[in-house]
Design a protein around this ligand. Structure first.
Ligand code: ADP
Ligand code: MG
Length: 288
């Protein structure tokens, strides 16, 4: 191709920010000559390259901004470890219709069953489809809300405007009244406007305890559950997978009655902060 012509094409593609076309056009032009593409065919292929390039660029940008703590994928989720989990339902969620319909997804279950894994994987999939997503733990969200109580403040605004927000770890710590009110305000804003993905280690009946107030808990649940997909993961912790396997091996060689203490289940009350009470006298400081 004429050198001047090539230079002009490259300059103009640069000026217009058409990086995908710039990368592809030399090869595509050769192929078009060789295989006698029609003009529309050639243009179509060039445009496809540009769209793919723009999509990949946006995906990278959204990923950087989302704040995911790890990279998790649906493919990396071992369904055989959670046989009670409905794989078809999870696969359907990954089609992301819920995000287009502004519905919520709530993952419930004890620690280590993959709630955060699936939430992140869904978020990453959403980013790949160009849906802006942010990931925050409840603790981080409340901290930000306390710092900037007005939702119009730039650093908070993005969490109010994002079509998809992931709020992880609801329930590990009880909230005081101010934080409960802030969270209610957040949920009310998002109701029927945007989608939320929430993970919690507590069943809904215990949400009154988390928010320290049954009325506010039911107002929050009322809005969250109106259009929602609740995924209750009832299996055992993947973090303890190898340990549990060791227990199983151990079980095979030892007397079963000695081993009941080894079966690992996390009780709800283990997750509550312990209140140390002394029968009489002044409370003693407890070193933890
Ligand atoms: P949770 O949020 O329910 O406490 P996580 O999603 O953080 O649990 O899971 C803990 C770890 O175990 C993570 O590294 C996660 O990727 C992994 N994990 C959990 N469940 C599975 C699974 N079924 N298949 C593969 N990895 C899993
Ligand atoms: Mg988690």
């Amino acid at each position: 191709m004429d050198r001047l012509l090539t230079e002009r094409i490259e300059n103009n593609l640069d000026l217009l920010g058409l990086i995908g076309m710039k990368k592809a056009y030399a090869t595509l032009t050769k192929e078009a000559d060789k295989d006698s593409f029609s003009y529309p065919q050639y243009l179509d292929l060039l445009l496809q390259e540009e769209v793919a390039c723009k999509q990949s660029h946006r995906f990278q940008l959204l990923l950087r901004e989302a704040g995911f703590p790890y990279n998790k994928t649906l493919e990396g989720f071992d369904f055989s470890y959670q046989p009670n989990l409905d794989k078809k339902r999870i696969n359907e969620l990954f089609e992301l219709d819920f995000a287009l319909k502004r519905e919520n997804v709530i993952f419930l279950g004890p620690p280590g069953v993959g709630k955060t894994h699936l939430a992140i994987a869904l978020g990453i999939k959403a980013c790949s489809k160009g849906i802006r997503t942010y990931f925050l733990t409840l603790d981080m969200l409340l901290k930000k809300m306390r710092q900037e109580p007005n939702q119009r403040f730039p650093r908070l605004r993005r969490y109010y405007q994002s079509p998809l927000m992931i709020i992880d770890e609801l329930g590990y710590l009880p909230l005081n009244q101010e934080d409960s009110n802030l969270f209610f305000q957040f949920i009310s804003h998002h109701y029927e406007r945007h989608s939320l993905i929430i993970t919690s280690n507590k069943g809904f009946k215990d949400w009154g305890q988390i928010f320290g107030d049954k009325v506010i808990a039911s107002a929050i649940l009322d809005r969250l559950l109106h259009h929602s997909h609740v995924i209750n993961i009832k299996g055992s912790s993947y973090r303890l997978k190898d340990k549990l396997e060791n227990f199983t091996e151990y079980k095979q060689t030892e007397k079963p009655e000695d081993l009941s203490r080894l079966s690992y289940t996390i009780r709800e009350d283990e997750l509550q902060p312990l209140e140390v009470k002394r029968p009489r006298g002044r409370p003693r400081k407890v070193k933890l």
